[in-house]
Design a protein around this ligand. Structure first.
Ligand SMILES: Cc1cc2nc3c(=O)[nH]c(=O)nc-3n(C[C@H](O)[C@H](O)[C@H](O)COP(=O)(O)O)c2cc1C
Length: 344
């Protein structure tokens, strides 16, 4: 397959692995790169020295291009972005923040930048800031998808910007890839599908559960980590949705955030307090969400923990290797296109 995305990044197939904390590790990213796609290393939970180690490990496992992401809203993201830039990672993906300085620095060494967006306003801002491509994430997605579904969001942004877009949220097979290309995207990015793969480090029990769920098994709420997010509908998710938080909890949790990102506690605490009470509460939720996501992802605990998962889990019924997933999607997309053209 040849699209603007395969040309831009020098990859074989227009298929990306989304940046997923604890999951998009060097091993999974390299598996996707070696199968001809583009894997995005997740650095949200990493300290700068761990980010450097992840990049080194990925380079040992693949000679193909790969990407690394930063969620600019999170404490510690700027430090990680600086490591990614210093290491000249071929593709940098940023979300939830202004990335003009990232675009400038990455372009200086010949790299490419993808901005992840969920609204038209942010898509246009990212284009102005110099992004080379966009990941457009619809409502179906695991984690922080937008308010609008991919079926509507993808064409609306595709016709409003000049840079190529990659559709995310609700894609797992060749029908989805063919549909995304028809809607005006140049490729797809998948989280839930790759989470349920042989190479994925998510807890084995979550892969088994993901293969059994239907499309109604998720919940979309801003009560888990403070931002609207889609997670598996479990006891753990319902518990977090009901809980009450106050600014004192936020101050206490800032200590745990500081530990995770390797920044001085005082710096994080002052930063959070300066955000004002509303944002401070959001940060408190984010810190709690962090521990819940870790328990859900790594321990398979759906009572203490919570697992981000997309609606597409309802049409995923197996746990293949990354190579099998990518090859199957490409084959199915070609078949889907032929089948559709005989009907259109
Ligand atoms: C288990 C899991 C963990 C995720 N963690 C993150 C994360 O840390 N940061 C992020 O921006 N998105 C995260 N996501 C969302 C993905 O990056 C992506 O936007 C989403 O999975 C795409 O939709 P899909 O699941 O329908 O493929 C996660 C998704 C899953 C399934």
């Amino acid at each position: 397959m040849k699209t603007k995305i395969t040309e831009l990044f020098g990859i074989k197939h227009p298929i990306l692995l989304s940046g997923m904390s604890w999951i998009s590790t060097p091993e999974l990213v390299a598996a996707v790169a070696n199968a001809g796609g583009l894997g995005i290393l997740a650095t949200g939970i990493l300290k700068p020295e761990e980010t450097k180690d992840y990049i080194d490990r990925t380079r040992k496992l693949t000679k193909n291009p790969f990407a690394a992401n930063v969620t600019l809203y999170f404490p510690g993201a700027e430090q990680n972005a600086k490591v990614i830039i210093a290491e000249k990672v071929p593709v940098v993906n940023y979300a939830l923040g202004k990335g003009d300085w990232i675009c400038k620095a990455v372009h200086e060494y010949g790299g490419k930048v993808i901005a992840t967006v969920t609204t038209l306003k942010h898509a246009q801002a990212a284009q102005r800031d110099g992004a080379d491509a966009l990941i457009v994430t619809g409502h179906e997605a695991a984690g922080h998808g937008g308010a609008v579904t991919s079926l509507v969001l993808v064409p609306s942004i595709a016709e409003a910007v000049k840079i190529p877009i990659i559709a995310a949220g609700g894609f797992a097979d060749g029908r989805g890839l063919a549909a995304a290309l028809i809607l005006g995207a140049e490729g797809i990015s998948m989280g839930t599908r790759f989470m349920n793969s042989v190479e994925s480090p998510v807890h084995a029990s979550q892969k088994a559960i993901s293969s059994q769920l239907d499309v109604f098994s998720t919940v979309y709420t801003n009560k888990v980590d403070g931002l609207p997010a889609r997670v598996m509908d479990t006891k753990g998710a319902r518990r977090l949705i009901k809980r009450k938080l106050n600014p004192i909890t936020a101050a206490f949790l800032s200590r745990r955030i500081a530990k995770i990102v390797g920044l001085p506690w005082l710096k994080v605490a002052i930063g959070i307090m300066l955000m004002g009470p509303k944002k401070a509460m959001q940060m408190a939720r984010m810190a709690e969400g962090f521990f819940a996501f870790r328990a859900g992802t790594m321990e398979g605990d759906n009572v203490k923990g919570v697992l981000p998962i997309g609606q597409i889990t309802g049409i995923i019924h197996d746990t293949p290797t990354v190579k099998q997933i990518i090859e199957r999607i490409v084959k199915e997309a070609i078949e889907a296109q032929k089948a559709a053209s005989s009907r259109i």
